[in-house]
Structures are given as C-alpha cells and as structure tokens.
Design a protein around this ligand. Structure first.
Ligand SMILES: Cc1cc2nc3c(=O)[nH]c(=O)nc-3n(C[C@H](O)[C@H](O)[C@H](O)COP(=O)(O)OP(=O)(O)OC[C@H]3O[C@@H](n4cnc5c(N)ncnc54)[C@H](O)[C@@H]3O)c2cc1C
Length: 432
C-alpha cells in the first residue's frame, strides 16, 4: 500500500489483519470515487470491508478533467481540503461551431477543479479513517460464484493468487467492465465508450474562472472539446469524439479560430487519454452477493461524461444497502434489488433526460447548433437556465424548457436543422 498521512500504526495493523484474513463482510473492487465512498459507508456502519485496487498508487493513472460541482460535493457530504482543489470556476461558456457563444453563470462559485490523484487519495484516507482497509497492487482477476451467489474474488497480489471471501462484493472497477460480464451482469456497450485525449498546458490565454465547451462536427463529432482552467494561465484542454480524439485535439488547438488563439502558444506539461461514457446505465446493477456502481454501471451524465458525483452517490447507496444486507444476513438478489430501486429513484430521470439531450445535440447539424446557441440568448432562455439549471441534476431544467413556449419555438427552428450522424466528418489537417 502507498504510504499516506493517515497510514499510522492502527491502519497498518488492520492492513496486516486484512491480508492474512481472507474472510470479510464486504469486498470493494476498485479504489475510485464510487468504490471508496461505498467502502467508507460500509466501514462507517461498523462492518469489515477491504478495497482492492489494481494500481500501486491510488488515483493513478489520472485521466479526468476534475471538474466537480460544489452542489454535488455538498450532496455527498464532501469538503475536499485545499491541497486537492486546483481552481474554482464560476461559469461555463458554450461555443457553437460558428463561434457564437453562451456564458452560463450565476454570479457565484459553481464548481471546483480537483487534482484527481489527490482527490482519490483523500477519499481513501477518509475510508481508512472509518475503518476500511485499502490494498493496492491487488488486481481482481475473477468473481467467484457458488450456487448462483457471488462468494468472493480471486486476486493477483504480489506475484501470488489469493482468494478472498465475503458476504457481498461491490464492483466499482470503472469503465473497463471486465468482471461483471463474467457473472452474467450487463456491461457498458463499446458503442457508449468514446476515446478522449487531454493536455495540461501552461501559458494559455484563458479566463481562469470560466470553463469552455466547443461543439461542432469538425471539432468533435459526437461530443465536444473543452477547456478547464487551472489558474495562472494553465488549463486542461481536451476532446472526446466518436474516434481519433488525439488527432482531433491537435487539429483544434492548431486551427480552431478561438482555441488556437488560446492555446497555440501554450506549452504542454502533461498528456493523458481515457474513455468517456455517453450512454445510459446498464439495465441491472445487482445480483446475489454483488452490487455494481459508478462507471462500471455506466452511471454518468451523458451530456458531459462526468461521473464522479453520480458514481459517488451510487457508491454511497451501495454502501448503505450492503451494510443493511450484512446486518440482516441477507445478500440475496431479492434483498439487493432495493439498491437499484434507490439509485433509480434518486437520479434515473436525470440520467435519461441528459441522455436524450445529448442525443439531440449530436444529431444537430452545425447550423442547427448555431441556431440553438443564438436563439437561447435571443429568446431570453439563458436567464431561465441560470435560474433553474443544476450541473448534475439536469432533468428539472430540461422539463421546464420543454413546457416553455419560447423553447418550443426555438426547438421547432432547430429541428429543421437535424441531420444524420456522420462518423466520418471532415477533419482539419493536423500535425499529430
Ligand atoms: C478525459 C476524461 C475527463 C473526465 N472529466 C470528468 C470531470 O471533469 N468530472 C467528472 O465528474 N467526471 C469526469 N470524467 C469521468 C470520471 O473520471 C469517471 O466518471 C469517474 O472516475 C468514475 O469513478 P469510478 O469510481 O466509477 O471509476 P474509476 O474512477 O475509473 O475507478 C475504478 C478503479 O478500479 C480500479 N480497477 C479496475 N479494474 C480493477 C480490478 N480488476 N481489480 C482491482 N482494481 C481495479 C481502477 O484502477 C480504478 O482505480 C472524465 C473522464 C475522462 C476519460
């Protein structure tokens, strides 16, 4: 395990116990936000839980832009310390393909940009403070099943294979989805996974307080490019699309009329790639002895690919249901169904609305996107979005817009610009 601030004698003793004892109340696979919040909840309820993380260091490799809403963090009861927070953002500017833009800001701090490595380390410290044991360099190779119930996991750890048993397993393995499939649970389909690429740059000409999203079929077909400011002219500049994320990102930095102004003279500190999820959650997230949470269950906001807050909520609910199941000595599929009912009632309508909104956006032609951005400010809809919008739970504002006569008028104008999705849209020539 990586040393951390709270790795004191007590934690080391617990770790040694956990590594020699192979029976636990709960096992969590994956030390990302979903897994660590699940583990903290289970340990906080007095149960014995271990978290198995395949990498040697928590939070690495980091592939995330790290933009988290303050309201979402509050709803998770999280107040990250200053050394985790790199910057604060008060709004977002959305660019249409022709360069029209909308600035959405409510005159208050809206979101923070975190260092994901430190954020995940901090979550691991919290979980350990509650009594969870985090074991790194431990790759779960398989979920073990007996009479139709998950009974534990087989782990590759320090050159040996170990078999751990538990009343319940929480699968929070992230977007890779290797494990759920082996026990017959649905997984996130490949078509819902878009390649992403990102640079951390310095010397950029950016507003340090405003995040930016750039839409357009030439820019990022199927998704968008972003600029997340880190302060002092530094920024995370990234892009996700149907394909060729790195090539497209290089192209927009060099040729996009606005992005090239911002970044073509900036230097690259760090590069990172990853997979952004864009679809709906998997149909079933529980079975006898197992719950699935976070990216492993496709729980993301399809409009942005953001999954830390939503995954954290699901992880917390999974932790509560697992605790109850352990106390009641009932980890049957029937008992665990309440997990799916709980997360669905908390945020499924939001995920569905965001999914439909994302589908609608990507099916627009560039002209349609221009009409949408121009019309939103011309018709006074921006104020409504600023008043009623929420970074994570977007169903409320989408529902409100659907019944607003101005939005309906705009929708009819935009619908005329629908065009079939093309995965082979034109790309600028690129150095990459
Ligand atoms: C380019 C990019 C930018 C993003 N930007 C944002 C953003 O700004 N805001 C936001 O909210 N979200 C963002 N996301 C999405 C966000 O990163 C994920 O939604 C979030 O990390 C999901 O958390 P999780 O705990 O479900 O999974 P992860 O954070 O992926 O954690 C899963 C963990 O499980 C471990 N693991 C996997 N398999 C095994 C195994 N077999 N055994 C043991 N351990 C295993 C992994 O090593 C990993 O540590 C972004 C994603 C990408 C790709």
């Amino acid at each position: 395990m990586e040393p951390s601030k709270t790795t004191d004698k007590k934690v080391l003793v617990a770790l040694l116990d956990a590594m020699t004892s192979l029976d636990h109340d709960a096992i969590v696979v994956g030390a990302g936000p979903a897994g660590l919040l699940a583990a903290a909840t289970i340990a906080g309820n007095g149960h014995d839980v271990i978290v198995l993380e395949e990498h040697r260091s928590i939070g690495e490799p980091d592939h995330c832009a790290g933009l988290l809403s303050l309201s979402g963090l509050r709803s998770l009861g999280l107040k990250p310390p200053q050394d985790v927070i790199l910057n604060t953002v008060r709004g977002a500017r959305v660019y249409s393909p022709s360069g029209n833009s909308l600035l959405i800001e409510r005159g208050r701090r809206e979101a923070v940009v975190v260092d994901r490595h430190r954020f995940d380390m901090w979550l691991a410290d919290r979980a350990q403070d509650s009594g969870a044991v985090v074991i790194t360099g431990a790759q779960v190779r398989s979920l073990n099943m007996q009479n139709g119930k998950i009974t534990g996991v087989s782990v590759q750890h320090g050159g040996a294979t170990e078999h751990y048993r538990a009343a319940i397993v929480i699968n929070a393995e992230g977007a890779v989805c290797r494990l759920s499939k082996s026990v017959g649970l649905p997984i996130v389909p490949r078509t819902n996974k878009y390649p992403a690429y990102q640079y951390e740059m310095r010397g950029a000409e950016v507003d340090d307080n405003v995040a930016e999203m750039y839409y357009g079929r030439q820019v990022a077909p199927g998704f968008f490019a972003w600029n997340i400011p880190l302060g002092d002219g530094r920024a995370r500049v990234g892009l996700a699309a149907f394909s060729a994320a790195k090539t497209r990102l290089n192209a927009v930095i060099e040729h996009h009329p606005i992005m090239s102004e911002r970044f073509s003279r900036a230097s690259i500190d760090r590069t990172f790639g990853g997979t952004v999820l864009v679809g709906m959650p998997i149909r079933k997230t529980y079975a006898s002895g197992i719950l699935v949470a976070g990216d492993a269950a496709g729980m993301v906001k399809a409009t942005t690919g953001g999954g830390v807050i939503i995954g954290g909520m699901a992880g917390t609910i999974a932790g509560k249901v697992a605790s109850l199941a352990i106390s009641e000595k009932d980890c049957s599929e029937r008992f665990l169904e309440r997990y799916q009912m709980a997360w669905r009632s908390l945020f499924m309508s939001n995920l569905r609305a965001m999914f439909l909104a994302q589908r609608a956006l990507v099916s627009l032609s560039d002209q349609g996107m221009d009409v949408l951005v121009r019309g939103t400010s011309e018709l006074g809809l921006l104020q409504k979005i600023e008043r009623e919008g929420d970074m994570d739970m977007q169903w409320g504002i989408i529902r409100s817009l659907l019944t607003d006569p101005r939005a309906i008028r705009l929708g009819l104008r935009v619908i005329r610009q629908l065009s079939p999705i093309s995965k082979n849209s034109f790309m600028w020539h690129t150095r990459g």
